[in-house]
Design a protein around this ligand. Structure first.
Ligand code: TRP
Ligand code: SF4
Length: 337
C-alpha cells in the first residue's frame, strides 16, 4: 500500500479554506493509502517559540478539527511531531545537504520573511536559524515516512520541491534510501474570503471556521461582498463579482443556476440570497460539528487516538533512521539505535 504523509501547523482552528484546500483530499485518500497526518508543533514553535501555551492549546484544537472533518482514526495515524525525536535527528543530517542561499530563495519562506520584516520593522534581524531552516525539518517529516504522496495546498509546493532536492542529494551520496514523494493538489486549492480577498486566512479575518456556530456563520455571510452596483433589491446584478454567488457554487447548492439567473434579471434580493447561503453553509458544517461534539465529550478517546497515532508513526521513523545511520556510517554499537 502506498503511503501519505501530510500535516499542519497547530496555530488556531481549521477553516473551510483548509478543508477544500487539502483536508477534503485527505479524507478521501485515507481509504486507499496508509496515512500519516502530522501535527507540526515543532514547526509551529519556529514562529511561536516564545508562546508555548498557544502551540500546546492549538494541538488539541487541530485534532478535534481533523476528526470533525472526517479524518478517521481507524484509517489515519494522527501524530505529534515533537514526540518523534528521530525527525529532529534526520533534520540535522539533512541540513548539510542544502545551502543557506537556496533556503533563502524558497518563495514561501521568502514571502514569510518579507512579512516579518514589515511586522518587526527590521531588516531581517528577527529571522532565526530555526525559522529559515524549517523547510529542512519539513523535508525530514516527509522522508522519514518514505511517503509516496503529500496532499497539500499550493503554498507548500516550494517546500516539497526542496524536500525532493534534499533526498535526491542524500540518495546520490549515501545510496538509494528515500522516495521522491509527489505533491497532491486539490482543484479548489485556494478558497476566496467572503470579503473578496483571494485567500481565506486567519490573519485576514475573513475565514469561516469548521467550528463556527450558525450565528457566527450568519453574521459573516451577512457582511459578505456582493455586486457593489446593486443598490435596490430588484436591480439586475453580476453574480460573477459577488462572493455570495461564489460560495453558493462552492457549497454545491443545487439551486445555483437559479441564483445566477435571478440575480442577473433583478429577481433576487441580496438578503434573501445570503439567507439561502447561510442555510447551505450550516447544513454543510452540521455533520462536522456533531462529530466534533462527540469527541469533545470524550477526551479520553481523543487522547488515545493521539497516542496510538504517535506510536505508529514513531515505529516507522525508527525503522527509517536505522537505515539512515547504516548508510551514513554512523552506526557504532549493536545495542544503541
Ligand atoms: N508547512 C505546513 C503548514 O504550514 C505543515 C507541515 C509540516 C507539512 N510538515 C509537513 C505539510 C509535511 C506537509 C508535509 O501547514
Ligand atoms: Fe450576489 Fe445574490 Fe445579491 Fe446577486 S442577488 S449580487 S448573487 S447576493
Amino acid at each position: 500500500m502506498q503511503r501519505i504523509l501530510t500535516g499542519d501547523r497547530p496555530s488556531g482552528n481549521l477553516h473551510i479554506g483548509h478543508y477544500f484546500g487539502s483536508i477534503k483530499n485527505r479524507v478521501k485518500l485515507q481509504h486507499d493509502y496508509e496515512t500519516f497526518i502530522e501535527i507540526a508543533d515543532v514547526q509551529a514553535l519556529t514562529d511561536n517559540f516564545d508562546n508555548p501555551e498557544k502551540v500546546r492549546n492549538s494541538v488539541y484544537q487541530l485534532v478535534l478539527d481533523y476528526l470533525a472533518c472526517g479524518i478517521d482514526p481507524k484509517e489515519s495515524n494522527i501524530f505529534i511531531q515533537s514526540q518523534i525525536p528521530e525527525i529532529a535527528e534526520l533534520t540535522i543530517f539533512f541540513s548539510n545537504l542544502i545551502t543557506v542561499s537556496r533556503l533563502g530563495r524558497n518563495p514561501t519562506t521568502k514571502a514569510e520573511i518579507k512579512q516579518k520584516k514589515e511586522k518587526f520593522g527590521d531588516n531581517g534581524e528577527s529571522i532565526t536559524y530555526g525559522f529559515l531552516g524549517y523547510p529542512v525539518s519539513q523535508a525530514a517529516d516527509i522522508a522519514i515516512f518514505n511517503a509516496d504522496l503529500v496532499p497539500v495546498g499550493d503554498d507548500q509546493l516550494p517546500h516539497i520541491e526542496q524536500y525532493r532536492e534534499i533526498v535526491r542529494k542524500f540518495n546520490s551520496i549515501y545510496g538509494e534510501t528515500f522516495n521522491e514523494a509527489e505533491p497532491y493538489l486539490s482543484n479548489n486549492t485556494r478558497v476566496k474570503g467572503l470579503d473578496g480577498n483571494n485567500k481565506m486566512s486567519k490573519s485576514l479575518g475573513n475565514a469561516i471556521y469548521i467550528k463556527d456556530t450558525p450565528e457566527e456563520v450568519s453574521k459573516k455571510v451577512m457582511s459578505a461582498v456582493t455586486d457593489p452596483n446593486k443598490i435596490k433589491k430588484d436591480d439586475p446584478a453580476n453574480p460573477d463579482v459577488c462572493m455570495v454567488y461564489y460560495y453558493h457554487k462552492l457549497m454545491e447548492n443545487p439551486n445555483v443556476e437559479n441564483v445566477c439567473k435571478e440575480c442577473k434579471k433583478g429577481e433576487r434580493g441580496c438578503v434573501q440570497c445570503k439567507k439561502e447561503l447561510i442555510e447551505k453553509i450550516n447544513e454543510f458544517l452540521k455533520p462536522m460539528q456533531d462529530r466534533r461534539k462527540y469527541y469533545e465529550d470524550n477526551p479520553e478517546l481523543v487522547e488515545k487516538i493521539m497516542y496510538e497515532g504517535t506510536m505508529n508513526a514513531r515505529k516507522q521513523a525508527k525503522e527509517t533512521m536505522k537505515q539512515v545511520k547504516e548508510k551514513m556510517m554512523i552506526k557504532y554499537f549493536e545495542d544503541v539505535e
